[in-house]
Design a protein around this ligand. Structure first.
Ligand code: EPZ
Length: 428
C-alpha cells in the first residue's frame, strides 16, 4: 500500500506541462476497436485507466501497447471477440464505450456493467435507448449487457439527459451503421469533439460534434491513421487551482485556453490573476486572501463537475461563505468529511455544499474517495499547515500522469511512500 506525504505551505512556481486528456484517450482507444488497420495515437497519458483499456483490447484479440512515452499503437484488424472480460471491465467507467464500439464492429457485444468512480447512481439508460433506436436488441442479465443487431440503421435519437458517455457510445455505433443518425441534445465536452475528429481521420463522416446536434452518416469501414489526443482540461484545471491555492505563480503549458474559460472566470472573480497565451495559461496571485464565490456544475461549457472537488477545496480558505451546487452527479460530496477533518467548515445539504472560509487547513491523514476527490486532497495538503498523508492512491493513479513528479517540479514538497516497505525497514 502506498501513501502520499505532503508538507504544506510551499508556494508553487515555474512551468508545468499538461498530458493528453484521459477521458478523450479512453474513448479513442475504444473507438480504435472499430478500425481495420493500424492507429498511431499520440499524447496518450500513461495512467492506470489507459493500461486497463489496453489489456481489454489485447484480450479481445487486438494488439495495443505504448510504443513511446505517450504514443500508443493499436491494430484491431484481427480482433475476434465481442465479449469483454467481466472483472477487467468493472474497473473503469470508460469500458461502457466497448458496447458502442463492439456493436458497430460486430453488431454484437457482451460487456459487463461498467465500473468507475462511485458518486451515486450511474445509469446507462440513455446509451441503451440509443442502441435500441439503431435496431439493437438489449438484454441485461447478471451484470452483463448483451447487445445484438441484425443490422444497425441510422435514425434520430433525442437524449433525455445530456450525457457524455451516451453521446460518445451512440456516435461509435452509428459510425458503422447504415444511413444517417442524428443525436439531439448531445453533450458538447471537448473530448466529444476529439473522438469525432479521431473517427473522421479514420474515414468516418461525423458533423456537428461540439454542438448539441451531431449528424453521423454511416460508412462501411474505417481505416488506420495517426492522431494526437487533446490536452487534459481537468488536469490543467487541477494545476491552475493548485497554483492559486498556494498563492503561487505557475504557467501551465500544452493546454487549450478556451477549454478553461469557466474555471478562469471563477478564479478571476476570486482575485486570482490569469494570463492567457496560445497554448498556455499563467496563474498567479498577489498574496492577498482570495474572495468567496459560488459554483454550479453544468455540462460543458458550464463549470465541470470534474473540477468541483478541487475548486471547493480552494474555497475552504477564501474570505466568506461560498455555495457549491453539484448539478451533474447525485452524490459527489463524499470527500468533504476528509476536508472537515483538516479543519474546513463545510456542510452539505443534498446537492449543495456551503463552504465557510477558514484561515488555514491543518495537515492530517485523509483518504481519497474517488479520482478528483483525491486530487482535491492533494491541493488541500499543499495549502495546509503541517503534514498531510493521503491514502487510496489507486484513485489518483487512474487519471493523473506523474502527478507528484509534476508537482515537485514546481516546488511542492510531496513524496510517495510504500507503507509495507517502511514498516519492513523499521522492523529490521
Ligand atoms: C463522463 O462520465 C466522465 N467520464 C466523468 O469524468 C464526468 O464526471 C462526466 O462525464 C460528466 O462530465 C469519462 O469520460 C470516462 P455522463 P459519464 O453520462 O459519461 C446521467 C472523471 O473524474 N445519465 O455525462 O459516465 C448520469 O447519472 C470522470 O474523470 C443518465 O441519467 O457521465 C449523470 O447524472 C468521473 N443516464 C449525468 O447523466 C445515462 O444513460 C452525466 O453523466 C447516462 C448518464
Amino acid at each position: 500500500m502506498e501513501k502520499l506525504v505532503i508538507l504544506g505551505g510551499a508556494r508553487l512556481s515555474g512551468e508545468v506541462e499538461i498530458s493528453g486528456a484521459k477521458n478523450s484517450a479512453v474513448a479513442i482507444l475504444a473507438a480504435s476497436i472499430m478500425v481495420k488497420g493500424k492507429c498511431r495515437i499520440e499524447n496518450v497519458p500513461h495512467v492506470s485507466d489507459i493500461d486497463v483499456l489496453l489489456d481489454i483490447i489485447n484480450g479481445l484479440g487486438g494488439s495495443a501497447a505504448f510504443v513511446e512515452k505517450s504514443t500508443v499503437e493499436v491494430d484491431c484488424t484481427n480482433l475476434n471477440k465481442y465479449e469483454a472480460d467481466y472483472e477487467t471491465v468493472r474497473r473503469i467507467r470508460a469500458s461502457s464505450y466497448l458496447m458502442g464500439a463492439l456493436l458497430g464492429r460486430f453488431h454484437r457485444a457482451r460487456v459487463g456493467m461498467p465500473g468507475g468512480c462511485d458518486f451515486g447512481v450511474r445509469p446507462i439508460d440513455q446509451h441503451i435507448k440509443g442502441f435500441k433506436i439503431l435496431g439493437t436488441e438489449v438484454e441485461v442479465d447478471h451484470g452483463m449487457v448483451d447487445l445484438r443487431a441484425d443490422s444497425l440503421i441510422g435514425d434520430n435519437i433525442y437524449l433525455d439527459v445530456v450525457s457524455v458517455g451516451a453521446t460518445i457510445n451512440i456516435m461509435l455505433a452509428a459510425t458503422l451503421a447504415e444511413g444517417i443518425t442524428v443525436i439531439e441534445s448531445a453533450a458538447k465536452e471537448p473530448h466529444i469533439v476529439d473522438v469525432a475528429n479521431f473517427l473522421n481521420c479514420m474515414g468516418a463522416n461525423i458533423k456537428g460534434a461540439g454542438t448539441d446536434v451531431i449528424k453521423i452518416k454511416g460508412v462501411p469501414e474505417l481505416h488506420g491513421g495517426e492522431f494526437s489526443v487533446i490536452p487534459d482540461q481537468i488536469e490543467a484545471g487541477t494545476f491552475m487551482i493548485a497554483a492559486a491555492a498556494t498563492h503561487g505563480d505557475v504557467t501551465i503549458t500544452n493546454i487549450i485556453p478556451t477549454h478553461m474559460e469557466s474555471l478562469s472566470a471563477k478564479l478571476e472573480e476570486m482575485g486570482v490573476g490569469i494570463e492567457e497565451y496560445d497554448e498556455a495559461i499563467r496563474v498567479y496571485t498577489d498574496g492577498r486572501r482570495l474572495k468567496r464565490t459560488n459554483i454550479k456544475t453544468q455540462p460543458y461549457p458550464g463549470f465541470p463537475t470534474d473540477l468541483q472537488p478541487q475548486m471547493l477545496t480552494l474555497l475552504t480558505i477564501a474570505d466568506g461563505t461560498s455555495l457549491v451546487t453539484e448539478n451533474v452527479w447525485d452524490n459527489r460530496f463524499k470527500y468533504v468529511d476528509e476536508l472537515n477533518r483538516m479543519g474546513a467548515h463545510i456542510s452539505v445539504d443534498g446537492r449543495v455544499a456551503a463552504v465557510e472560509g477558514c484561515d488555514h487547513l491543518a495537515g492530517s491523514p485523509v483518504h481519497a474517495t474517488d479520482l478528483r476527490a483525491g486530487a482535491a486532497l492533494v491541493i488541500a495538503g499543499l495549502m495546509a499547515h503541517g503534514v498531510t498523508e493521503i491514502y487510496n492512491l489507486k484513485y489518483i493513479d487512474r487519471g493523473y500522469e506523474a502527478f507528484e513528479a509534476k508537482l515537485r517540479s514546481i516546488g511542492a514538497q510531496i513524496a510517495r511512500r510504500n507503507i509495507e516497505k517502511e514498516l519492513h525497514t523499521n522492523a529490521v
